[in-house]
Design a protein around this ligand. Structure first.
Ligand SMILES: [Mg+2]
Length: 227
């Protein structure tokens, strides 16, 4: 692929789950937590819970149209503290293969160019577990925003807007990196920003090598860039 001059961003958002590590390693655990929560805390039968998750694009496998279970539960008005507690109890980093995860060096390169803000719907407890497991120090990120203290709505959009004001970055100077367009990309694209959607953590290398510019809503599967 031909190299071109890379766009300079003033602010970069990065997602954690499925972006810093391969979602394949954890997708079943996450799905089972959501299923257990609906059955044990919200009184659904297993069958009803499975149907509800499916209808809302929450799957036991990696999918392009997958949505966030946390955002879904928040949109239904469930007690998110209860859900956070439940998934923190269940969360186990051991299936995460660090060899498939994003390299610390890549994160350092990203943060050298612009403030790098970790924006996740996961809990702070789980963020700390994952970063420790991956050997990523928290201070590689300019700030960390996680669900229980920062995200009061199902969408990352209001927080993205606040942070763009804080860092004096226009939408077109802002990039969101994540593994799911609906969760990580769409909120910023709707505000006028760019999104880099990567299916595997190591695909960030092509971006860092300047092999793709002017991103705006990209799905990258390791072979094809779909704009
Ligand atoms: Mg994700």
């Amino acid at each position: 692929m031909e190299k071109t001059e890379k766009k300079q961003y003033k602010l970069i958002f990065i997602d954690m789950d499925g972006t810093l590590y391969d979602m394949e390693d954890m997708v079943i655990d996450g799905y089972n937590s959501a299923l257990d929560y609906l059955v044990n805390y919200q009184g659904f039968s297993s069958e009803e819970a499975g149907l509800l998750l499916k209808e809302n694009h929450i799957y036991p496998y990696v999918s392009e149209d997958a949505c966030s279970a946390t955002a879904f539960f928040m949109s239904r008005g469930y007690d998110v503290k209860e859900w956070d507690q439940k998934r923190s109890e269940n969360f186990n980093c051991q299936p995460i293969d660090i060899n498939k995860a994003m390299k610390l060096q890549s994160l350092k390169k990203l943060s050298a160019g612009a403030p790098l803000v970790l924006l996740t719907n996961n809990t702070l407890k789980n963020v700390r577990r994952v970063l420790k497991h991956l050997g990523i120090p928290e201070d590689v990120f300019t700030e960390i925003f996680c669900n229980e203290k920062d995200n009061k709505t199902p969408s990352k959009k209001p927080l993205m807007e606040q942070l763009m004001t804080k860092y004096e970055a226009k939408p077109e100077e802002t990039l969101s990196i994540g593994d799911r367009y609906n969760v990580d990309g769409r909120p910023l694209v709707e505000l006028g920003g760019d999104a880099l959607i990567i299916r595997k953590p190591h695909y960030i290398e092509e971006f860092l090598n300047g092999e793709k510019t002017d991103i705006h809503y990209v799905f990258y599967d390791g072979e094809n860039m779909k704009v």
